[in-house]
Every structure is written in C-alpha cells, then in structure tokens.
Design a protein around this ligand. Structure first.
Ligand code: NAP
Length: 272
C-alpha cells in the first residue's frame, strides 16, 4: 500500500482529500500532518512528522512562506523513492529540488477548490518525472476532475491564475450579481440562489453543447432588448475584460514575487 503524507492539510489539501474520499480512494495508509492536530476527516491526523519509513508520496499543503521552516526536517525523513507533490504557489521546480535533492521526483500541482466536488482543475508540472510516473500521478489527480500536464512553468502559472485563483474571482462575480439583484428588490438569499443556478446552468449548457460564450450571449440578447442594454455596460470601454485582465496580471505578479522569495534560499549568503 502506498504511504502518503499530507504535510499541511488545510483548505486546499483538505479539499483534495474530500474529493478523493468521494471517489472511494483508500486512505488507510495515509497521514495528515497539521501542527494544530485538527482532524482531517477520513485520514489519520498527527501534529508532527510520523516515525517510520519514508513515505512514497508527500503532498506539500502548507503556505509557501513556510517552505524554509518545514523543508530541513522533512528532507531528512524522505527517501530516494519518495515523490514530492507541491501545492505551493510560486515555488518553482528548481527551488523545490534544491530543498529535496535526494527524492525521486518533484511535481508541482496547482489545484482549485472544486476538487472537493471532483469538478476541479489541476495543473501539473515536473522536470524529472518519467512517463510512468506522470501517468500514475495524472490518473490519481484525475479522480478530482481535469488534471493537465503543462509543458512550461509559464503555462502552469497561467492556469494557476485562471483556474487556481479562479473560484475566488467567480465567487466575487456571483456575489456582485446577487447583490445587484438585491438592489432591484429581491430578497438576499433568493437572489444568491438565482445567481448560483444561473452561473451553474450557463456553465453546464456551454460544456454540454460545446457552445462559445459569444453565441450564448447572442441567444439571450435580442437586438435593442433588455439584455443588450445590460451588455452595453459590461462591454463598454472593455469594462469587464479590462478588469479581468488587470486581475490576472496582479495574480501573475504575485506569483513572480513568491517565486523570487522561494529562490532566495537557493543561493544562501556567503559566510566567507
Ligand atoms: N486555497 C487555494 O485555493 C489554493 C489553490 C492552489 C494552491 N494552493 C496552495 O495550497 C497551499 C495551502 O493553502 P491553503 O489555502 O490550504 O492554506 P491553509 O488552509 O492555511 O492550510 C495550510 C496548512 O499548513 C499547515 N501548516 C502550517 N504550518 C505548518 C508546518 N510548520 N508544518 C506542516 N504544516 C503546517 C496548517 O496546519 P493547521 O491546520 O494545523 O493550521 C494547515 O493545515 C499553499 O501553498 C497555496 O499556495 C491553495
């Protein structure tokens, strides 16, 4: 049985565990490590790295800022057959390899929260995983939705901004539409329910019909009608498109800053 360690299992790794549990995955030989000891449902949870043999799989689920604190002790507990799957935004493959030089492979994974519903998107990137390992890890993460192997870290970063951060952006859009509905006199919870159903229904329809977004908008909006009047606000001066372009630029910029911070330890200050 594969031994799996989840080192840090909060929002994101916890959402993945939830999705895997829904898929029926067997976690009897897995352990979640959380300093607080807060239990993770379905997985034995401990507050410190367990004793015993090195795990086969390690999922890094702590915040990128904790990497320098966690890596030295963890490195000593891993073996040459261990596969490290890092969820850490911004920490590049080479930075991770620098911290865990002896392990078999380093894989970056950028999931999004809907993995808990097995409707997630996970970008994957590795510089040292062979084809068999890519297939194995892709199949495992594919239990949570789409698992996409990226050719470059730039592609990985772009998917992280669109899909990894995406649920937060979509949540803001849904809240804003619902609040605008309240402004028209709808009761708050009801307006949110209508909005959620509209967003989920539109996405499901687009996927099932393979229909592009412009065509959906055209089918709703009659010339000189009510929807067209609303769209003129969203489309005017590129309002929505410009807003989202700036949103993703900010996310990418922060990714570069985190990568820079993670690289910092790769060249420790000289002690000459
Ligand atoms: N949230 C997202 O949508 C998302 C998407 C893609 C990638 N990520 C990545 O996922 C990672 C975790 O994010 P999150 O949102 O899940 O954060 P989170 O909810 O704050 O979870 C962080 C986890 O790290 C644990 N932790 C803290 N210090 C630790 C230590 N010294 N050793 C081991 N574990 C430690 C925490 O333990 P306690 O539970 O005991 O506090 C917690 O379980 C980040 O690197 C982030 O970049 C997040």
């Amino acid at each position: 049985m594969t031994a799996i360690w989840f080192v840090g299992c909060g929002n994101m790794a916890g959402a993945m565990v939830e999705g895997w549990r829904k898929s029926g995955f067997d976690f009897s030989n897995a352990v979640a490590i959380r300093p607080s000891g807060t239990p993770v449902e379905g997985v034995r949870t401990v507050a410190a790295l367990p004793e015993g043999p090195a795990p086969r799989l390690v999922v890094l689920g702590f915040k990128p800022q904790k990497l320098n604190e966690v890596a030295p002790e963890l490195r000593a507990r891993l073996g040459p057959e261990t596969i490290v799957i890092s969820l850490l935004a911004g920490a590049e493959a080479k930075s991770l390899r620098g911290r865990f030089p002896e392990v078999r492979a380093i894989i970056r994974a950028m999931p999004n929260l809907p993995v808990s519903e097995r409707m997630g998107v996970t970008a994957l990137y590795s510089e040292d995983a062979n084809e068999d390992l890519r297939t194995e890890v892709g199949d495992w993460i594919g239990l949570l939705g789409l698992a996409h192997w990226c050719e470059t870290q730039a592609e990985f970063g772009a998917i992280g901004s669109v899909a990894g951060s995406g649920p937060a952006f979509v949540a803001r859009f849904i809240a804003a539409l619902a609040k605008a509905g309240e402004g028209l006199g709808l009761e708050g919870d009801f307006s949110l329910d209508l909005t959620l159903r509209t967003v989920a229904g539109t996405a499901a329809m687009a996927q099932s019909r393979c229909e592009d977004m412009a065509s959906i908008a055209r089918r709703v909006a009659s010339p000189r009608g009510t929807t067209e009047a609303g769209l003129s606000v969203l489309d005017g001066e590129d309002a929505l498109q410009g807003l989202l372009a700036r949103t993703l630029e900010a996310s990418q910029r922060r990714g570069r800053e985190l990568a820079e911070a993670a690289r910092a330890i790769d060249s420790p200050p000289s002690v000459a």
